[in-house]
Design a protein around this ligand. Structure first.
Ligand SMILES: Nc1ncnc2c1ncn2[C@@H]1O[C@H](COP(=O)(O)OP(=O)(O)OP(=O)(O)O)[C@@H](O)[C@H]1O
Ligand SMILES: [Zn+2]
Length: 588
């Protein structure tokens, strides 16, 4: 039986034939990408370009089934292509180990594909591919998964909204004073450890006054801000001791400043604690000799999940305190996996000491000039776990295991192989719908309340196990979208020769329908034409010229760092004409 018998029966000969000649770009060869490549190859797509910037990590193997242990540290794109090639030797797979944002992947390069399938994990790369597909007018199938949820969105220029038509919610942030002075939940302590303490001790040395200026401008408590400024200055001294004192002394110094003196100082601001429970300074010597009595963690409110409801005392005391699931801290939990073990208060102090000296040694060795949080860097994860828990103890907040801290600090929602597999199947179905519609040569049919058949968003929803799949109508483009409503023009030129002024004149001439020899102006733009439009020119967010700023008009594009792959946006100051976006590409 020929390989495509089933595909022929299901899709029909026309579409099957089209697939063999369809050029598809796949961006990302991770969790979704591996599943998707397998599907795309087995469906019968004939010409696949697969791009990924990363190498294979051990932690990928639980769900990225095109990779084996021997492949760790090799290029994802190359290994995935090699593995999938064996599934269908007649298809051509071109792997590229690179970043999709590189300038060489410009608009003409995107135009060379019939369809683009995204299998990415970050907003930045997704937005970039969206823009390139809008500029090149190539259909895009966008996808994402988070735990048990997933979504596949077809994006078709002029027919559907694009990825950027609606603003995306920004990641949650917390007021500075909550993080720095008045935490009330574990995440507040984790954010403090990861984004404040770790950078203060091991990050780039920069003054954090501007963050405080901003907080003051936003009306946060003025005395508190003044105190935080003092504290920041005191930190510089502590940081120096990390590299001059013996490790044991340095750990004690940092501990006492952060978990004792700073907390005492906060306590002295009585008005802060009239409506909330004051923190308890930690005494290092008492903790290490098992004599410290930590403040009790209040029982969780009834809205907490029930498995926590029988928690009685603190999770972080000495050997005698209980942990939420009823065991005794430290001793009985030692049998558990290291990461999932509930640490005692003393364990946390020891973990603090060890990780602090490991991090200090890394900076002292001179190999690194600064260290920032990375969930896969165990020194930073240990440090954040220990310091977040110590702070939580001082504030009578529940402690977290190293495993939980990793999830919370890394904003990680566990990736589920089955979700990726289902979503990858839906991506191929969406691609087939689009290709079939494309073959008719008419506008894409988009489903709406009055027109049931057509392209839709497909998703995997939570909370309804009986109906896991759902579809949604696609919205039309947002008329004010700055990405898909702009006019894109591919501009082939030699940036070393063309000057910005010449370029603007050429565009304005085109707008007035004039021939080149009708033009009276030169590059430096001694223009005396009253009807000339006033325009501003931007590269990305960077302003290159406007009616009052003509310094750059005589400069070449190259000298302005406007080369292949960059976009120049020409904005009509009178808003009569829509923005024109020039996509710079090389001469043939
Ligand atoms: N700008 C980019 N250019 C090319 N590939 C990218 C870009 N940004 C992300 N990727 C790739 O997209 C893939 C996304 O896959 P996935 O979400 O499974 O992430 P992962 O890095 O494999 O796993 P995890 O993040 O859970 O450790 C990754 O392989 C990543 O390298
Ligand atoms: Zn848009």
């Amino acid at each position: 039986m020929p390989r495509n018998t089933h595909a022929l029966a299901i899709l029909g000969p026309d579409l099957v034939d089209k697939l063999a000649h369809t050029r598809v770009l796949m961006v990302g060869a991770g969790g979704i990408g591996c599943e998707l490549l397998k599907n795309v190859v087995l469906t019968g797509f004939g010409d696949i370009t697969l791009l990924d910037l990363d190498t294979i990590d051990l932690s990928n193997l639980n769900r990225q089934f095109l990779f084996r242990k021997k492949d760790v540290k090799k290029s994802k794109a190359l290994v995935a292509a090699r593995t999938a090639q064996a599934f269908n030797p007649s298809c051509k797979i071109t792997p590229i180990h690179g970043n999709i944002k590189e300038d060489k992947f410009d608009v003409p390069w995107f135009k060379s594909f019939d369809i683009v399938l995204n299998a990415l994990d970050n907003l930045d790369a997704r937005r970039h591919v969206n823009k390139m597909c809008m500029a090149a007018n190539v259909p895009l199938v966008e996808s994402g998964t988070a735990g048990y949820l997933g979504q596949v969105q077809p994006i078709l220029r002029d027919s559907t909204e694009c990825f950027d038509c609606m603003p995306k919610p920004t990641p949650k942030t917390f007021p500075v004073c909550t993080i720095r002075s008045t935490p009330s939940t574990p995440i507040h302590c984790i954010v403090w450890a990861k984004s404040y303490l770790l950078p203060q001790l091991f990050g780039e040395q920069e003054d954090d006054e501007s963050e405080l200026d901003q907080a003051a401008a936003q009306g946060e408590n003025a005395t508190e801000i003044a105190n935080l400024r003092k504290e920041a200055r005191a930190f510089r001294k502590v940081r120096e001791s990390l590299f001059s004192a013996l490790p044991e002394q340095a750990a004690a110094l940092v501990f006492n400043k952060v978990f004792n003196e700073d907390i005492k100082r906060l306590l002295s601001m009585a008005d802060m604690w009239t409506a909330r429970k004051p923190p308890t300074p930690l005494d290092r010597d008492l903790i290490l000799t098992d004599k410290f009595v930590p403040p009790a963690v209040p029982a969780p409110s009834s809205s907490e999940p029930s498995r926590r409801a029988n928690a009685t005392v603190t999770v972080n005391g000495t050997g005698s305190s209980t942990i939420p699931n009823g065991g005794v801290a430290s001793s009985s939990s030692q049998a558990k996996l290291k990461d999932q073990r509930q640490l005692s208060l003393k364990d946390n102090v020891q973990l603090f000491d060890e990780s602090l000296s490991r991090l200090a040694a890394r900076l002292s060795s001179g190999k690194e000039t600064s260290i920032s949080f990375d969930k896969d860097d165990s020194d930073t994860l240990d440090f954040v776990t220990a310091t977040a828990n110590l702070r939580a103890t001082a504030y009578a907040i529940e402690n977290k295991t190293r495993w939980e801290v990793k999830e919370m600090a890394g904003n990680i929602i566990p990736a589920i192989a089955t979700t990726n597999a289902i979503i990858s199947g839906l991506i191929v179905l969406q691609a087939l719908h689009i290709l079939r519609a494309q073959a008719t040569g008419k506008a894409f049919p988009v489903a709406s309340p009055s027109h049931a058949s057509g392209i839709r968003i497909a998703g995997l929803q939570a909370g309804k196990p009986s109906v896991p799949l759902s579809t949604y109508y696609v919205s039309p483009p947002n008329p004010s979208c700055g990405i898909c409503r702009d006019q894109y023009v591919s501009l082939q030129c030699d940036p070393a020769q063309v000057k910005l002024g010449e370029l603007i004149n050429a565009v304005l001439r085109a707008e007035r329908g004039m021939e080149e020899d009708e033009d009276m102006e030169d590059a430096e733009g001694e223009d005396d034409e009253s009807e000339r439009r006033e325009v501003s020119v931007y590269e990305g967010q960077r302003l290159l010229s406007d009616p009052d700023m003509d310094d750059n008009l005589g400069r070449t594009l190259e000298s302005l760092n406007c080369t292949r792959g960059k976009f120049l946006t020409i904005v009509d100051e009178d808003e009569v004409f829509e923005n024109v976006v020039l996509a710079l590409s090389p001469l043939p």
